[in-house]
Design a binder for this molecule. Structure first.
Ligand SMILES: Cc1cc2nc3c(=O)[nH]c(=O)nc-3n(C[C@H](O)[C@H](O)[C@H](O)COP(=O)(O)OP(=O)(O)OC[C@H]3O[C@@H](n4cnc5c(N)ncnc54)[C@H](O)[C@@H]3O)c2cc1C
Length: 459
C-alpha cells in the first residue's frame, strides 16, 4: 500500500504525484492533513480556509467517482502520516514538494521514518534547473526568467484517469459544513473553466487591462494556483496555444506578459526555497534596520480602509469583504503602508496573509519585499506611488471606489479621488460629511513623500 499525501496539488488532472504513486500499482490511500486550528476556530475561519474546506469536500466527491476517497486527518503531519502508514501497512509516501521551511523540516523528519517520494514541485522546473552557471540561485527576476525560458519546457500533461484503487476502511475526520464563496467556487472544474474563458479572450488584452481597477482584466486564478486546482503546466499550455493562435504581435505580447506572471510565481517560490530567511526580515540586509513608525492608529486605519485616500481604502475594503484584492490595489495599498505611513512591511505581509484567499507565503513575501524596496527586484526607495494619481489613472471614473466605499457613492468624478477638497455645500449635495462619514486623509501626501525619501534614502 502507498500513501498519497496531498498538500498543495488538490487535483486529479495532470498530477505528477498521483501518476508516480499509481505507477507502483500497489494500492493508494489519498490523505490530507488539516491544521488543528481550522477546526478549532470555525467561527473566525479565514477566507483561505473557507476556500479550502469545500475544495476538500468536492475533491473527495471526485475521488469517489473514480472509486477512491479522501482520508482527512488533523494534527502534526509527521505523527499523522506515520500513524496512517501503520494502519494501512504503507511503506512509501508520495507527496508534493513545498518551498516553505516548515514543510522542508517536516519532510526531513518524515524521511527519517519512511520513504518519501516527491512528484510535484512548486515551480515548473525543479529548483536546481533554473540556476546560474556556477550553480547559485538567481536573485533578480530578469536573468531568472531568461534562464527559465531557455529550458525545454516539458508540458506533457499526465494522461486522464478512469479509475483509482479502492481505499481500505480507515477513519476520516468529518469536515465542517462550509459553502464555497460565490466569487471563488471551490472546485477543480472551476479552475479549468476560468482558464478556458481567460484564454479565449481577456489574455489578448491582459498587459493593459490587468491594471484597471474597474475591469476584470486578469484570470482570477490565484486561489486555484495556491491550492493546485490546476497545474502551471495546464496554464502554460493554454497560454502558449493562445499565443500560437494569433498572428497579431500585440496579442502575442499580451500572452507573453501573462506567461511572465507565472514565471514571477516560480521566481518567488525559488527565492523562498533558497533564502528562507526572507520570512523573518529584509532580503537586502542593508534594509534591515529602518526606523519604522509604530503608530497603531495608522495601522488600524489602513487595515479598516479608513485612511482618507479613496483608492487605498477601496482596496483594503475589497480585501476585508472578499479575501481578494486587485493586483493594482495590492501595489497601491502596500506602497501606502510602507512609504506614506512608514509602517514596517511585515505588518502588511501578516495582514494580507491572514485575509487573502490566495495567501501564499512565497508570493506574499516576495511582493511585500518588492513594495517595501527590501527585496530582490525591489521598487527603488524614491518611487513613491501617489494614491491620488494612481486612482485617477486606474479608476478614472471612480467605479471601483464607489463599489467598496458606499459613503462616497454620490461623490462626483471630479472629487472622487480627493473628497476632502469638496466644499460643505458639495458634501451636502452628495450626502457625505468628510471628517465624520468618511475620514480626512490621515497623512498629507507631500509631507509623507519627503519623510519617506529622507528615512529610506539613509539605507
Ligand atoms: C503586496 C502584494 C501581495 C501579494 N500577495 C499575493 C499572495 O499572497 N498570493 C498570490 O497568489 N499573489 C499575491 N500577489 C500577486 C498578485 O497580486 C496576485 O497573484 C494576482 O492579483 C492574482 O490575480 P489573478 O489570478 O487574476 O492574476 P493574473 O494577473 O491572472 O496572473 C496569473 C497568475 O500569475 C501569478 N502572479 C500574478 N502576479 C504575480 C506577482 N506579482 N507575483 C507573483 N506571482 C504573480 C499568480 O499565480 C496569478 O494567479 C501579491 C501582490 C502584492 C503587490
Amino acid at each position: 500500500m502507498n500513501i498519497w499525501w496531498i498538500q498543495r496539488n488538490i487535483r486529479i488532472v495532470d498530477n505528477r504525484t498521483l501518476s508516480a504513486a499509481l505507477h507502483e500499482n500497489n494500492g493508494l490511500v489519498p490523505v490530507f492533513i488539516l491544521n488543528q486550528k481550522i477546526l478549532e476556530n470555525q467561527h473566525s475561519i479565514s477566507c483561505k480556509d473557507r476556500f479550502l474546506i469545500p475544495v476538500l469536500k468536492s475533491f473527495d466527491k471526485e475521488l469517489r467517482l473514480l472509486g477512491s476517497k479522501l482520508i482527512v486527518r488533523v494534527g502534526n503531519p509527521v505523527e499523522e502520516i506515520i500513524k496512517l502508514a501503520e494502519e494501512c501497512g504503507a511503506n512509501k509516501i508520495f507527496t508534493d514538494a513545498d518551498s516553505h521551511p516548515d514543510s522542508i523540516r517536516i519532510y526531513q523528519q518524515l524521511g527519517e521514518k519512511i520513504e518519501l517520494i516527491f512528484g510535484e514541485h512548486p515551480c515548473v522546473f525543479p529548483f536546481s534547473a533554473v540556476s546560474q552557471k556556477n550553480g547559485k540561485p538567481y536573485q533578480v527576476f530578469t536573468p531568472f526568467s531568461r534562464a527559465w525560458k531557455a529550458l525545454p519546457v516539458n508540458l506533457d500533461l499526465q494522461p486522464s484517469l478512469k479509475h483509482l484503487p479502492p481505499v481500505p476502511d480507515l477513519f476520516s475526520v468529518p469536515l465542517p459544513f462550509l459553502s464555497s464563496q460565490d466569487d471563488f467556487p471551490s472546485k477543480e472544474s472551476e479552475a479549468a473553466r476560468r482558464l478556458k474563458s481567460f484564454i479565449e479572450g481577456p489574455i489578448y488584452a491582459y498587459k493593459e487591462s490587468r491594471n484597471f481597477l474597474d475591469q476584470e482584466g486578469s484570470s482570477f486564478l490565484s486561489p486555484y494556483f495556491r491550492w493546485g486546482l490546476l497545474s502551471k503546466r495546464q496554464a502554460l499550455n493554454a497560454a502558449f496555444e493562445a499565443k500560437q493562435n494569433t498572428n497579431d504581435v500585440v496579442s502575442k505580447n499580451n500572452c507573453e506578459s501573462w506567461i511572465d506572471e507565472i514565471i514571477w510565481n516560480d521566481f518567488f517560490q525559488s527565492i523562498l526555497h533558497f533564502f528562507p530567511q526572507v520570512l523573518h526580515g529584509a532580503f537586502r540586509t542593508s534594509m534591515q534596520d529602518i526606523a519604522w513608525s509604530d503608530s497603531a492608529i495608522n495601522l488600524q486605519a489602513w487595515k479598516d480602509g479608513l485612511t482618507g485616500y479613496p483608492v487605498v481604502d477601496a482596496g483594503m475594503r475589497q480585501l476585508q469583504n472578499t479575501g481578494w484584492m486587485h493586483n493594482r490595489a495590492r501595489m497601491i495599498t502596500s506602497s501606502f503602508l510602507v512609504k506614506h505611513l512608514l509602517i514596517n512591511w511585515q505588518e502588511g505581509e501578516r495582514w494580507f496573509f491572514d485575509l487573502l484567499i490566495d495567501g501564499d507565503p512565497a508570493l506574499n513575501n516576495g511582493n511585500w519585499q518588492w513594495a517595501a524596496g527590501t527585496g530582490t527586484d525591489a521598487v527603488p526607495y524614491f518611487r513613491i506611488f501617489n494614491p491620488i494619481l494612481q486612482g485617477k489613472k486606474y479608476d478614472s471614473h471612480g467605479k471601483y471606489i464607489r463599489k467598496w466605499i458606499p459613503e462616497l457613492s454620490d461623490v462626483p468624478v471630479r472629487f472622487i479621488h480627493t473628497p476632502w477638497l469638496m466644499s460643505s455645500l458639495d458634501q451636502k449635495n452628495c450626502h457625505v460629511k468628510i471628517g465624520s462619514d468618511y475620514p480626512l486623509p490621515i497623512v498629507d501626501h507631500g509631507m509623507a513623500k519627503i519623510r519617506a525619501l529622507s528615512v529610506l534614502s539613509r539605507r
